[in-house]
Design a protein around this ligand. Structure first.
Ligand code: PMP
Length: 416
């Protein structure tokens, strides 16, 4: 069923697809999995697809001319087509399989960055980036002498667009930002920022690690240049991610990793790179993870991305209500209407790790720490936070359990 045909959503039916959600821990606590921004769980359909490949269809791709290799090559290229359709890219040439969002961003920094950035050129980022969308650019700055600028955010975690505009100058060659903050849940005005960057003559990389799993993504409508995301955050296996790149840009870029598959011809004196997208897929690619990602996409399309976003909006609103009823909790980020299914918070006087440990005793899995966003935590004036992040298989009843568990933690620490 497509996203255009909303389904009557039954959480119990969906949850039955996810074996791990039946886990009972610490004696009698049914697992509440609220660490979906770190990685999601997999439905039976994805697990079966992986087993099926290994049992019946596995060989290396683009190498053998034997039957099994032809089977796996066809499936691998079909997986690329699934990704293309999912993000509405124009052509499969623009879909590069990587090992994850981090690898995809590094590919752009190394290949496009080393070729086109020079001393004095600027890259505009934001204060709410994940380390994966900061460090590769810092490394590029070390190599080339280019400069990094950071668009600031408000105290409630929204990008200050006026400041973004001010920092966008003729020196800006690249703008790179997250579509959804992995800490604040803030949904950035992606299309608007891309248009502004293009008007200023810059190209744009979207970190879609937290948006591709939760909202529909149309790279042509957005007019995006590069988009990076990971399979494991959208029901797929770990070890696979995607770099979408506009064909013209990918054509201009030199290969990043060298090795098998990325060449047309090699002599002892040099090599000629292969055509897109093989040029950027050196070595044996993540074959089975890519097929698992295709199965995940099929599952997501069955539910419909609009439905997923809608369910998560309900869960986020519920989480704000429940947490706001508890004294001494500071929720980071904007109001529920402006954020995705990520709710980070700080409990007065109780360290984030202690909260997470006590919640674990209640069977609730949340994240504690800086969530790979240390500069953002510094900006917010907190050393660490707790993060509850939802997916469509979570329920409002689970969020109520979160509230009870936090009250329990406060009783232990006598903070009520
Ligand atoms: N960007 C954002 C916003 C993320 O949340 C993450 C994962 N936490 C990444 C990039 C990196 O993804 P991966 O670790 O799968 O490469």
């Amino acid at each position: 069923m497509s996203a255009a045909e909303p389904i009557q959503f039954d959480p119990d039916v969906v949850r039955a697809d996810f074996p791990i959600l039946n886990t009972v821990l610490h004696g009698d606590k049914r697992l509440v999995y609220f660490d979906n921004a770190a990685t999601t769980q997999r439905p039976r359909q994805v697990i079966d697809a992986l087993v099926n490949v290994y049992e019946h269809q596995y060989a290396n791709v683009h190498r053998g001319i034997h039957w099994l290799s032809e089977q796996s090559t066809d499936l691998y290229e079909d997986a690329r087509e699934s990704v293309r359709r999912f993000i509405h890219a124009r052509d499969c040439l623009e879909i590069v399989f990587t090992t994850g969002a981090t690898a995809a961003i590094n590919l752009v920094a190394r290949s496009w960055g080393d070729r086109f950035m020079k001393a004095g050129d600027e890259i505009l980022l934001t204060e709410m980036e994940h380390h994966s969308n900061i460090v590769p650019w810092q490394q590029l700055a070390e190599r080339t002498g280019c400069l990094l600028r950071f668009a600031p955010i408000s105290d409630d975690g929204r990008l200050l667009v006026d400041e973004f505009d001010r920092l966008l100058t003729p020196r800006t060659r690249l703008v790179a930002f997250t579509a959804i903050s992995n800490v604040l849940g803030t949904i950035n005005p992606t299309a608007e920022l891309i248009a502004k960057a293009h008007d200023a003559g810059a190209i744009v990389l979207i970190d879609a690690a937290q948006s591709a799993p939760h909202q529909s993504l149309d790279v042509q409508q957005l007019d995006a240049d590069f988009v990076a995301f990971s399979g494991h955050k959208m029901l797929g296996p770990s070890g696979v991610g995607i770099l979408y790149g506009r064909e013209r840009l990918l054509e201009e870029m030199p290969p990043f990793l060298g090795g098998g598959s990325m060449i047309r011809r090699v002599t002892l004196n040099g090599f000629e790179p292969a055509d897109l997208p093989a040029k950027f897929e050196a070595g044996t690619p993540p074959i089975v993870p890519a097929l698992g990602l295709a199965a995940a996409i099929k599952y997501l399309e069955g539910i419909g991305m609009q439905n997923i976003a809608q369910i998560e909006r309900t869960l986020t609103a519920r989480a704000h209500t429940v947490l706001n009823e508890i004294d001494g909790i500071r929720i980071l980020g904007p109001s529920p209407s402006e954020k995705a299914g990520i709710v980070s918070f700080v409990v007065d006087g109780i360290h984030a790790h202690d909260i997470a440990q006590i919640l674990d005793q209640y069977g609730i899995a949340i994240r504690a720490g800086h969530h790979c966003a240390m500069p953002l935590h510094k900006r917010l004036g907190v050393a660490a936070s707790n993060r509850a992040s939802f997916y469509f298989y979570n329920t409002e009843e689970e969020i109520d359990r979160l509230g009870e568990a936090i009250r329990g933690a406060k009783r232990i620490f006598r903070r009520n």
